[in-house]
Design a binder for this molecule. Sequence first.
Ligand code: AMP
Length: 536
Amino acid sequence: MKESILCLLQDSVKKYPDKIAFADQSRQITYREFWTEARKAGTFLAETHAKGLRNRPIAVIIDRNIDTLIAFFGIVFSGNFYASISMDLPEDRRNTIFKELDPLCIIDARNKGKVLEGTISLKGIISTAHIDDSLLDFIQSNSIDTDPLYTLFTSGSTGTPKGVLISHRSVLDLTDAFQDAFNFDSKCIFGNQAPFDFDVSVKDIYNSIYAGGTMHILPKKFFVMPKLLIEYLSLNKINTLIWAVSAVRILADIKAFNDSEYDIPLRYLMFSGEVMPVHVFNYWFENFPDAKFVNLYGPTEITCNCTYYTAARKFSDEEIIPIGKAFKNTRVFLLNDDNEIITKPNVSGELCVEGTGLALGYWNMPEKTASSFPQNPFLTEFGNRIYKTGDLAYFNDSMELCYSSRKDFQIKHFGHRIELQEIERTANTSPEINISCCVYDKENEHIILCFQGTADKKGILKHLSTRLPKYMLPHEFVYISHMPLTPHGKIDRKKLLNIALGKEKLNESDKTNIPDGLFRSSISMCVTASENLSRP
Ligand code: AMP
């Protein structure tokens, strides 16, 4: 029985002690060495900061390196849970998080530069610490799987970031579910793209350890130099990619595999976070006919993903790639506005999730936790929580789940209910559009389509008007050289609206402010060629 994710690590240390567990740009580390270094960090934390305390937060200033992972596991060995904090966050936001979190201490795991004031250097810990096996074994023997493992901070509508708290049990369940669905094995070599404060990376870390695989932490710079990235993937025989859609998209946008002299032995490409444009998927599918492609769906609050769809064919422009069905040991259902379960195809409702993957809640926010994880409306006789995702979905004719949009991207426009994401998805089927995003100017009641690609307004309008009702046709079209992205690599819709309205511009800092693990196909200045179009 596994009561902690340390059991996964212990199993792989026993089976593959001398195998490379992790690699970054400055070193690689075997399972045995990783175990030793993490236990040093664990002993240090247990003796100096935790001192018998359990289930308290310890923050880590993260980097794209092995030391960050040693810090995570050291914290777990000490009987506590980790909170990943990126220096890319504005200082104010970082300080708000520290205040909310009130951590036992803060570890700085960065490779270079001065250690942040008030923090402890991971390197310093490892160079001096000893291991107290009996202390660590005692802590582990008192662990239970409902103990928290990590918290990830996501934006909160009140302006205060929310720390989503995830238990060991949820991550153990996630790795079992992935194993059941995809059969990862010790030959899997993962190429980690997602930053460690983004839950996509959780899948890399724990699936790799579970399978006894190797995980390469891909440096940020590779994602502005795709040739280097492809060369690295090829030379290191990286065969398993669990990436954000934006990273997958950008390689397709620049047709990175055309005439490439490098061979990537791809076995798995899994993507999540946003809708995958069909032309992007088809490009990868054509280039890697032997690989398994999986659309993964889910919010951080249910531990990464609750549904999956294995895409084993090319899709036509008019189709969308389903999000499929629930993982084992997870239940998903659609609720209509009257809280009734939808069972028929092609009826849209809010996607709700029930199961072990549900977060323990938001750190120190009992009211927010209660409202976001309400009682299951169909089982009121005992405590049974669900998570309402805020996403709209429907079953297609084959009863596969398909994602429609966020509930909050729904607008009422002259009496019509419109999903902005339906407009952009339709625009994305044009071969002349790389990616598009729709925003709504409430004041002028204008739908604005921002797009990247070679299309012109007449062409887009022609494309859309044969596919959408008149009331859904955008009023304005804004060409943009690259989409502004949030730190997690999703399109920054707020900023995009401001750009479309001329209130903000992509500036020099945007050019270099590339989110961890992502690169942009074009880093030229944005050209906003906004043009009002009269309705056809
Ligand atoms: P996050 O909590 O940052 O991972 O964001 C979760 C949200 O991203 C979900 O609620 C969806 O709105 C969106 N999302 C995640 N995966 C997918 C997917 N495969 N297709 C479409 N949207 C997705």
